[in-house]
Design a protein around this ligand. Structure first.
Ligand code: HEM
Ligand code: HEM
Length: 197
């Protein structure tokens, strides 16, 4: 089933979820490969950065689809649990959606180079856009360096610490539900074929 039901996330929500998780992994691998294993100003260094930008922009496109799908679909019934547990899960999901929006946004706004390999398109760097020139530079009177600094700070500190800890907590909670509580939380995200009921 494409749409969510009371018992499962549908095919679209599941595909978007797992594809995003894979792209997150690839975004991390590409950026840390660049930082740890390549020399500055080599072709590998540039390609790894461009891959990071493309994975990140793809996540941005998927999250837009995902938010639309989330708002137009029913949510599967939560598993039995305390009100506190449900509240924590809900807040955790909101925080993850926050990350899914803030990371690509701050990545794009704080990057001084264009994205070259986004499928068939080149995406101009923010500094070259009408929005930057008229709103940020002319109206707010900021140079790109001034504007970029806080974006970079959020993107890099968030990416290096907050984001992966949140994801680790999220995946840990999913496995805790599956292995310890033995409920259907993880199965709901794996699809009806994985469950007997
Ligand atoms: C969800 C998507 C994204 C995640 C999880 C992510 C994560 C990260 C991480 C972990 C770093 C390294 C932080 C550090 O230096 O310790 C980083 C750096 C960076 N990111 Fe992203 N990023 C994402 C999307 C983007 C996007 C869309 C762009 C731009 C279009 C971008 C541009 C950059 C740039 C330019 C750097 C600095 C690279 C370097 O100094 O080697 N990121 N990102
Ligand atoms: C191994 C990694 C992962 C596992 C095992 C996993 C597992 C799950 C499970 C079981 C659910 C359903 C929870 C429920 O209905 O109560 C879920 C939902 C969700 N996951 Fe993940 N996840 C993983 C990675 C990620 C990543 C990398 C992100 C993005 C940053 C993410 C974002 C979300 C969001 C936003 C939801 C809420 C979906 C909604 O209700 O619209 N997950 N995940």
């Amino acid at each position: 089933m494409l749409r969510n039901s009371a018992s499962h996330y549908g095919y679209v929500a599941r595909t978007l979820h797992w594809l995003t998780a894979l792209l997150f992994l690839l975004a991390y691998i590409s950026v840390y490969y660049r930082q740890w294993f390549t020399e500055a100003r080599t072709p590998e260094n540039w390609t790894a950065l461009q891959l990071h930008l493309s994975f990140g922009v793809t996540i941005a496109v998927l999250v837009a689809l995902r938010v639309y799908w989330r708002l137009t679909n029913p949510q599967p019934q939560p598993e039995p649990g305390s009100a506190l547990m449900h509240k924590a899960a809900h807040l955790g999901h909101i925080a993850l959606y926050g990350v899914l929006i803030v990371m690509p946004l701050t990545g794009y706004l704080g990057t001084g180079v264009a994205t070259e390999y986004f499928f068939l398109f080149d995406i101009p760097k923010f500094e070259d856009t009408w929005l930057f020139q008229t709103v940020v530079a002319s109206s707010m009177g900021l140079s790109f360096e001034q504007f970029e600094a806080p974006m970079d700070f959020i993107h890099k500190q968030g990416g290096a610490y907050v984001v992966w800890l949140l994801i680790l907590g999220h995946a840990g909670a999913a496995f805790y539900h599956h292995l310890k509580l033995k409920d259907r939380t993880l199965l709901k995200m794996l699809g009806p074929k994985k469950t007997a009921n």
